[in-house]
Write a protein of this length. Structure first.
Length: 205
């Protein structure tokens, strides 16, 4: 793809670095921005800049937040005794879209994967344990992607808190093994949450 302007070429290159954006789509986006008023383009760039500079991570659950504590953790109508453990922020958004869950979350920031060099110490596991320790949490719901790495992560955390009076469940496997949680349709994901089962039925020891 030959582009007559190096400025345009550089802009296309930056957009093409985004996940799921090829060079043709990147070029279409850049050409769209060129047609817009300067004020609109400045508003767009300022919004992206502010997001990067000002977005925070919740000190409680590690979800994205505008303040020290996210709107979910600070919402008095959420069920504090339920914590849904997810791999990343996209999974929080996916579950919230179902409108089938009214508890809290805990974002691990990944899953245990020795082949990828990711161990328990690199995840937000210790903060999860600290949230459970006071005894206010009644149920821990694991909503991790149904993969070997996801099951390994569940098993590791389960062993860590095995002696504590906390019910441990996982979402029903209406989601296919090896699939990605964020790509599940809302109905399947919602029913999986409603029909969660004790984790012992799914995680082999």
């Amino acid at each position: 793809m030959q582009i007559s302007s190096s400025l345009l070429e550089n802009a296309v290159g930056e957009f093409a670095r985004l996940p799921g954006i090829g060079r043709k789509t990147a070029l279409r986006l850049v050409l769209h921005l060129i047609k817009q008023d300067t004020e609109e383009v400045q508003r767009f760039s300022n919004t992206i800049r502010r997001m990067k500079e000002e977005v925070l991570f919740c000190s409680v659950c590690h979800n994205i937040s505008d303040g020290a504590v996210c709107s979910i953790c600070s919402n008095p109508s959420r069920k504090k005794e339920l914590i849904c453990v997810v791999e990343n922020i996209r999974d929080v958004i996916a579950i919230e879209t179902t409108q089938q869950y009214n508890g809290l979350y805990h974002v691990l920031g990944g899953i245990i994967s020795p082949l990828d060099g990711v161990g328990p110490d690199q995840l937000n596991i210790q903060t999860l344990i600290e949230r459970i320790r006071p005894g206010e949490v009644e149920e821990l719901i694991f909503a991790l992607n149904p993969t070997i790495q996801g099951d390994t992560t569940i098993y590791y955390i389960q062993k860590k808190i095995a002696s504590w009076p906390v019910r441990i469940t996982t979402i029903a496997r209406g989601i296919s093994f090896g699939g990605e949680l964020e790509y599940a349709d809302e109905l399947t994901l919602g029913r999986s949450l409603q029909n969660r089962m004790p984790v012992e039925k799914y995680v082999s020891h």
